[in-house]
Design a protein around this ligand. Structure first.
Ligand code: MRU
Length: 363
């Protein structure tokens, strides 16, 4: 498994240490890592997509919070918690759509509140914080593996099945094994030789730069297409499934994911291709009844006008650049989770899935 997000202890214990990120803006040209423990540098790395993908953002935010707060000079637990709250607010505002960001930060704060309730002082709380952040990272590794084990079912015994994916919901977008790519890795490991088509994914090319790169690293057969070629692909070649990741899944199954996912779902339904979303429980947000309540990030117009430095549109032309769209649940044939494939009606299957989580697992 690759490690796009990790903790590098600089002493004998987890603390002191640094948040270590594989810089995804430099791929596939260069394999470069950055080490961070400054709040604005960490927030900036999330905003600039040095680390991106919902689960990876959550892991990075939790480890980033620990990296920042280890330097706190607070003498009391109350003062330390105030600093943690301020840092978490700042990190939490970096990107609005992926629920894993706020989820991971909330989980860290809940762990601190519990520890404070048992009388922990500021020094002990620093250890609790890094402990919880590392637990989130480890849990994500296990969740992704389970999604792979569950999702491989859609391949049946078919060898060489063609799968289309969008953006990057692979190892780079998580702790290392992926969500949408996890069933593909599992099929590859099982000798089923999946053949992946990766949408290039305009405007920032996460599909061609990242998905194609990591699948090739793993020896999986991958072909890149421009986003505009997906419908033709479905019409002319037998595509067994579309599998995508998710940034936030509402209570009714409506799913926010990278811009272009909705169009792909429409095309898949037209061509009779099963359309799957793969995501862990941490990407489900039942506080939002349906997709209309999911906040959609709008990014810098220059990502479209002059992506990667070259002017590709008039310099002052108006641009609309939403980073995500919402796919209605009615277009989703299944949500691949760590515990099974959820089917419509999703209100019921999502509720049952969340209720079935192991006792004691933090929300
Ligand atoms: O803007 P990005 O690159 O963070 O968008 C990522 C996606 O849309 C992924 O598909 C999603 O976060 C799921 S990652 C397992």
């Amino acid at each position: 498994m690759m490690e796009p997000v990790r903790w590098r202890a600089t002493g004998r214990e987890p603390l002191p240490g640094k948040l270590c990120l594989l810089d995804q803006t430099r791929l596939p040209e260069e394999l470069v890592s950055v080490e961070l423990d400054d709040i604005e540098a960490i927030r900036g790395a999330i905003c600039r997509l040095v680390v991106r993908g919902a689960p990876a953002i959550g892991c990075a935010a939790a480890l980033g919070l620990a990296a920042v707060c280890q330097h706190s000079a607070a003498e009391t637990a109350a003062a330390f918690l105030e600093e943690v709250s301020a840092a978490a607010e700042r990190l939490g505002s970096a990107r609005p759509t992926a629920v894993n960001l706020g989820w991971a930060l909330r989980r860290c704060r809940d762990a601190l509140d519990r520890a404070r309730g048992t009388g922990a002082d500021a020094a002990a709380l620093k250890s609790v914080l890094i402990g919880e952040a590392l637990a989130i990272l480890e849990e994500d590794k296990a969740l992704c593996r389970s999604i792979g084990r569950v999702g491989v079912e859609i391949f049946g015994a078919r060898k060489g099945m063609r799968v289309l994916t969008h953006c990057n919901a692979g190892g780079l977008a998580t702790s290392g094994y992926g969500t949408a790519l996890a069933p593909i890795y599992a099929a590859h490991e099982a000798g089923l030789a999946p053949r992946v088509y990766a949408d290039e994914t305009r405007p920032l090319l996460q599909g061609s730069r990242l998905t194609a790169w990591e699948l090739r690293q793993a020896g999986v057969d991958v072909t890149v297409i421009c986003d505009s070629m997906a419908a033709a692909l479905m019409r002319t070649r037998r595509v067994g499934a579309v599998i995508v990741g998710a940034d936030r899944i509402a209570a009714n199954g409506d799913t926010a994911n990278k811009i272009g996912t909705y169009g792909l779902a429409v095309q898949a339904r037209h061509h009779g291709v099963p359309f799957y979303v793969a995501a862990p429980y941490s990407t489900i947000d039942t506080s939002i009844p349906d997709g209309s309540g999911i906040p959609i990030e709008e990014r810098d117009p220059d990502e479209v006008r002059r992506g990667f430095g070259r002017l590709t549109a008039p310099a002052d032309v108006a641009v609309w650049n939403p980073a995500f769209d919402v796919t209605p649940a009615a277009l989703i044939d299944g949500i691949i989770t760590e515990k099974g494939i959820l089917r419509a009606p999703y209100e019921r299957s999502i509720e049952g899935f969340l209720n079935s989580r192991l006792p004691g697992r933090p929300r």
